[in-house]
Write a new protein. Sequence first.
Length: 356
Amino acid sequence: MTFSPRFASRTRRALVTAAALTAVAATGTATAQTKTLYIGMNGGTMEKAYTQYVFPAFEKLHGVKVVVVPGTSSDILAKAQANKDKPQMHVMFLDDGIMVRAMGMGLCEKQKPNQHLNDIYPAARFKDDLASGVSVGMTGIAYNTKMFAEKGWAAPTSWMDFADPKYKGKVVFQSMPSSSFGLHGFLMFNRIQGGNDKNVEPGFNNWAKTIGPNVLEYIPSSAKISEMVQTGEAAIFPLTPTAVAALKSKGIPVEYAQPKEGSVVLMTGQCVIAKNSEPELAQKLAEFLLSPLAQANVLQFGAQIPTNPKAPAVGEGAEQVAKINQWMKNAVTLDWDSVNANRPVWNTRWNKTIER
């Protein structure tokens, strides 16, 4: 499959630019006092897309400064939980499963009704509107195209390819306790072995004699993937089309492959943090981030797939959305209530039996 958006290099062809967003935002009335909103989210491509092409318009409209607190979903959740009574952040982005946990902890405030919230896909509205999806994707398989070409290997097609002996010492897998990608990959392997989201015995019992021997390293996040591909250490690893696109835009030789058993739906959700110091502005920011123009810009410049179907997409962006829609046909949605209830026990077992 070909998946090669070069977002940064094609700004002249972009349908929507930061300037266009700012022009639209300028029709509003800016407040006189400058305040700061802190938003927790992943760093890298996502942070760059929002800080350069989305937040400036909101800042001009409301006379505020939006500052990103970067980190993984687990990092951001930990920060929010540690400051639950006096939040240091106003809005946070979390992967869907971790967002469900945050909602259960009482960390999220119900989002106020607005037109953009009504426009997003129904699946992107979390229970009781305590959160909303800002982008949708899935975890599947990514592979090192340079290595595959040199070895004459065909592109992977199944989660069980991770167990293929030819990849011994070349599989990189994210740690299940700290990464949604690792969790997704393990649970799909578990399903193939006969388990489900409540019963992971087949997965744990069979890992050591299948995928385990091939794993070079269990990594806490995907930050090392770029380096490990370039050094020839990593051949195959769980990843999303969005993350693959970001790596490819930097010249990293990777590609995405949709497993025949299905990928795992991975939605990035946002929530207004309960008890934050600027509840009205935080609500307005959450609403703004669901707008068609904001979502069109993060599609164009950050490869984030919109949850608002009104977000315009042309060229490579349209191709990307079309591919995601195709891959979503056999994508799997996890039973997050069961997963979150059991994950602490699974994490302990993983650390003792797999990453020991």
